[in-house]
Design a protein around this ligand. Structure first.
Ligand SMILES: [Cu+2]
Length: 181
């Protein structure tokens, strides 16, 4: 028996190879739908948000970025003790350079919290932040509401903005992620 003949015999005898061959021939046939659907369920949430955004149709990096939050008034992140919710953003959605955000901070039950906030923008893919310090100003009229400005996102790409909360003896933090271009 020649070497190649032995290889063919081994390949033909292997269920794995036969199975791969069948799948390969089947390609995108309907037979696989059950498994694929189960795998995709987790990701479809993000896609749904993306579609409501509507305007990103091009080939830009942000269009293919899936680690970012889709901005909307009411976008909210919860830590272990507090929730932070967007009241407004200028510009909206957040964009390159200086941004002014107004957020509402509550406990997990929705009651306004009096907190200290430190905003720290970082670009996770580049490992740098911004030298521009955001100033946090409590609203004079609305408990739990704070203006954060400037949130300086000076480079195109994905930014993660961590809001560290000083709850008076306790701390918490939330992260908002936006891709700007
Ligand atoms: Cu960068």
């Amino acid at each position: 028996m020649t070497l190649s003949a032995r290889m063919r015999t081994l390949l033909a005898a292997s269920p794995l190879v036969v199975c791969l061959g069948v799948l390969g021939c089947d390609g995108d046939g309907d037979g696989d739908d059950h498994d694929d659907h189960a795998h995709d369920t987790g990701e479809s949430h993000g896609d749904t948000h993306g579609e409501t955004h509507g305007e990103t149709h091009g080939e830009s990096d942000c269009a293919s970025e899936d680690r970012d939050d889709e901005f909307m008034v009411g976008l909210s992140k919860s830590g272990e003790k507090a929730s932070v919710t967007f009241v407004s953003a200028d510009p909206a959605p957040p964009a390159l350079d200086d941004n002014t955000w107004v957020v509402s901070v509550t406990d997990l039950g929705g009651a306004p919290l009096n907190v200290g906030i430190t905003a720290t923008p970082m670009m996770p893919d580049h490992g740098h932040g911004t030298p521009v310090e955001a100033v946090v100003t409590p609203s004079a009229t609305t408990p739990g509401e704070y203006e954060i400005s400037p949130v300086n996102l000076f480079m195109a790409g994905l930014w993660e903005v961590t809001l560290d909360l000083d709850l008076g003896g306790e701390t918490d933090s939330v992260v908002f992620a936006f891709c700007v271009e």
